[in-house]
Design a protein around this ligand. Sequence first.
Ligand SMILES: Cc1cc2nc3c(=O)[nH]c(=O)nc-3n(C[C@H](O)[C@H](O)[C@H](O)COP(=O)(O)O)c2cc1C
Length: 579
Amino acid sequence: MTTSKSRSADCVSAGTELMEMADVSDGTPTTDWVADPPAVEPEETRSRWGDFAPREERAVLRSLLRDLSNDDGPLDALDEELPAARAAGLPEQVAKNVREAVTMDPDMTGEDASSVLGGLIEYLYYANRSSLLAKYRLLQPAYRVYADHEANAESPSGTVPASVPSWIGSRWPFLGHRIGFPIGVAASGLTTNAQCVKRLFEAGYNVVTYKTVRSQFTPPHPRPNWALLNSDSIKAIGDPETVVTVNPETTLVEADSSANSFGVPSPEPTVWVDDFRTAAKAAGEGQVLICSVLGEDNNSDHSERSTDVLIADFIAVTRHAMSAGAETVELNLSCPNTTRLDDEPTLPLCYDVELAIAIVVKVRESVGHSVKLGAKLSYLEHDNLARFLDGAAHHLDFVSGINTVAHPVESAVGEGTPYFGKRLVAGIGGAVIQPLALEFVRACKQYKDENNADFAIIGVGGVTDPASFVAMREAGADIVQAVTGVFLNSLLAVDCMRSLGATMRSPLDDAEKERILQTAMSRIPVPEWEFTTSSELPVGVTAELLDELVISGALVMTSAAGAPRYLRSDADSRPSVNA
Ligand SMILES: Cc1cc2nc3c(=O)[nH]c(=O)nc-3n(C[C@H](O)[C@H](O)[C@H](O)COP(=O)(O)O)c2cc1C
């Protein structure tokens, strides 16, 4: 199958600015990227360190070192900032290596350059040099763990892709919309306000869920709120007895999971309603913004849930969301991070299956069908999930899950010291929860198939790369969302598009078969390129549709000089496209 359609030509280019410089040391002209390294060529894999080709790593490193240097060179400049970076969380092993690395020969081999670049990125992240990382499109986490919630909300970080593939003409069905490539970001510290949401839409995330909001102002828990984890260090995920320890030496490269404890902060409704309206305007064609809402029994002392107050509050906050113009609302029945007044954690609402069903039923009764309604769930045992779906599925347009998994999270200082201040329990996300998330999505899909239910599934949990995206789709997710994977690699959407977009099929693509048959002729064979170039769909997808039409007998394939051509079978007797 060919994927010859040029990607770079069709990309929405962010514009590159390149300057050639003569390197006087050996007389060989080398190219230094003064700003904006050029986009990755078609069919080329990007550098593991950012959105540029691997062959540019040395040039990027040289320019970066120059930018970093003061009059006495890069080492001196580094030493000035290193204490602050260390205090912010720079792993000691990286701090040591990076000092050595900047003194190495700038003409080091590509391999060395690559590892130096990795260390420098880590240093620059903890040194709060986001704009320098952005200048070279280097990978940087989409949240600064050493800064507080407000600072992150005011100036979101993360890597902006050089371009988002515009050649993926396929559209995927979701709640009556035709969505671009079906990837998004779930409610989280990455989707806190309109500014964050706009960046995510621009980076190719097509279904974004605005961070859970409430009917009254709720401050975030004090810092720290988010920590890096490596899944190898976590045994028995999902067993609440398993204590997770945050290792301060976990590097950005090693991290594939995370722990968080924010406490579901929310501005007051007057503030978020306005901001949500602005955020919704940022959605482009094929993009959708969901509003996640959480009700609470805020008239009680939190020692016991008052069901009526809780349900009334879910209804109130859903109505606020609708007043903000939200067409799609997600009821957050799954948060592991809420606490009672005495700082004791509460269990996710959906663990009380009857209560969760009652919330869904009452909200739906109250707001009717003027809004698409979904429920965000935690991982549930099969029977409990089935019980929830028996009671709630016919009131829901979509189910989303899973949320993070609650575990005690301790600091490496030992003696049972909680990592997150006084809060011992936090939510674990990322690669380590992938098996639970896949099991949950498979169970939802099985329930749909067995019960002829028609809710959409948003699969969330452990998606960190194209392979885990595919696994989530194969489990049954209509839309795939990630948080930890995007936090660690904000290029996740374009990585998935670039590696899968050329061939990934959507159920909506089948409609294209009719157009192909109209283009085909009964007597003169039409070359394949005529079908592929006249189609909005990726070349690989059109080629697959042509194959299917040949197999069904609607087209006959001939070949001229090795190039495939297609002839329509006798127009009168050709089988129906849907056969
Ligand atoms: C920092 C952070 C904040 C989150 N906030 C919310 C939230 O407000 N509402 C919600 O429904 N889920 C929230 N989540 C859970 C995510 O939406 C997601 O379900 C979970 O992180 C699993 O996905 P992942 O493995 O890709 O991280 C949060 C997760 C993280 C890491």
